[in-house]
Design a protein around this ligand. Structure first.
Ligand code: SF4
Length: 215
């Protein structure tokens, strides 16, 4: 079986509760969404079809037991589901970073899901697949709100309350769009909120720069 892949690389996990850990990334090509602040538009087209065997050979070379499957939208390729299962069978610690509009129902239960909820400023909030929030597991899954402004933060708070995400998820990540001007104000609002959320800055962009690829 094959997947269309944009890049496979070894780096440091830049986000989530796993930030700072060495991590191998398998970045799949393609995404039907068009978030206005998307930082991975280069994944929308192109890519190369690679067999599972070739991907595993690359991962074996890296020797890293933490693997993130990302995109683009990784769950948009149907072969990703048996691929995730095979990763789990091989004993990898697997993270799935998904944009939140494809159902997570068929993701192997051994993998941890990091689920985006799209906020209004993304332009794609209408496409959130809300049943995904009800599938979150508090022992391993994380939910992420990328916020571009204070209106997005208000939206995030409403969704956190409505879906009881403090109980349902292991972590609630609030990730300001990289480079926004009012970061301090957003940080202050988060600190005053009384909510058990985690401000999520993208470590890799501070280390290698916002436009670097394969890091
Ligand atoms: S879902 Fe992710 S990859 Fe797709 S457009 Fe939005 S930010 Fe970009």
């Amino acid at each position: 079986m094959e997947l269309r892949i944009t890049e496979i690389f070894l780096s440091i996990q830049g986000e989530s509760s796993h930030a700072g850990r060495p991590c191998a990334f398998v970045r799949l090509t393609g995404c039907p969404m068009r978030c206005v602040w998307c930082d991975s538009e280069y994944t929308f087209y192109g890519g190369v079809k690679i067999t599972f065997g070739e991907i595993f050979a690359k991962l074996d070379e890296f020797g890293c037991r933490l693997v993130e499957v990302t995109g683009g939208e990784p769950l948009a390729q149907k072969n990703v589901f048996p691929f995730i299962t095979e990763l789990c069978d091989r004993g990898y610690d697997v993270l799935i970073e998904t944009g939140g509009f494809v159902s997570t129902e068929n993701v192997d239960r051994r993998a941890a899901v990091i689920l985006d909820v799209k906020c209004p400023a993304s332009g794609e909030a209408e496409r959130n697949h809300w049943p995904n929030l009800e599938r979150l597991r508090p022992e391993k899954d994380e939910v992420k709100f990328v916020i571009a402004n204070l209106q997005d933060w208000e939206f995030a708070k409403e969704i956190i309350r409505k879906y009881d995400l403090t109980q349902r998820s292991k972590e609630i990540l609030v990730s300001p769009v990289h480079g926004i001007e009012n970061l301090q104000q957003i940080a202050e609002e988060i600190s005053r909120s009384g909510l058990p959320v985690r401000l999520n800055l993208q470590l890799h962009k501070y280390i290698w720069g916002a436009d670097a690829r394969g890091v």
